[in-house]
Design a protein around this ligand. Structure first.
Ligand SMILES: Nc1nc2c([nH]c(=O)n2[C@H]2C[C@H](O)[C@@H](COP(=O)(O)OP(=O)(O)OP(=O)(O)O)O2)c(=O)[nH]1
Length: 130
């Protein structure tokens, strides 16, 4: 059976034009790859609601979700990921790496130097060209 998951990721930009990048920990699936923080959408949940929930769980802060950046279907060897990334701004709190091994603010010109989860590349390319 083809396994597929619907996933949301947050593109969070700060006032210096840097983007919040998160390194998946060695305990997560796809370990040691950079991603946009977020996670799986639950059955019946709106993508925007899922993103707010996941950011509280992973970063301990609340965000306001904005426009869609990219919608990507990526087939990994064992799973198909449907990833939607959204712009988001922090409303309350400071992001903390509650589940990731590292958080890093990266200017857009340096985003492509990170070792990204492959499904994230179209989002990185859109930001680079924006
Ligand atoms: N969160 C997130 N996941 C991504 C991105 N790119 C990408 O390929 N993925 C993949 C990794 C995982 O296979 C899946 C998301 O799973 P996850 O482990 O982050 O989600 P979750 O927190 O809801 O998971 P769980 O621990 O509840 O099972 O999507 C991304 O930018 N953000």
């Amino acid at each position: 059976m083809i396994r597929s998951v619907n996933v949301v990721g947050a593109v969070i930009e700060n006032h210096n034009g840097q983007f919040l990048c998160a390194l998946r920990s060695s305990k997560m699936s796809m370990p040691n790859l950079w991603e946009f923080p977020g996670g799986k959408i639950k059955e019946g949940e709106k993508p925007e609601t899922a993103l707010v929930r996941e950011i509280v769980e992973e970063l301990g802060c609340t965000v306001k979700v904005g426009e869609l950046v990219a919608s990507v279907e990526h087939q990994y060897p064992e799973i198909k990921v449907n990833l939607k990334t959204f712009k988001a701004i922090i409303e309350n709190g400071q992001p903390k790496a509650l589940e990731h091994s590292e958080l890093r603010w990266v200017p857009k010109g340096e985003l492509e130097k990170l070792n990204w989860a492959p499904a994230d590349i179209p989002t990185v390319n859109k930001l680079k060209g924006s």
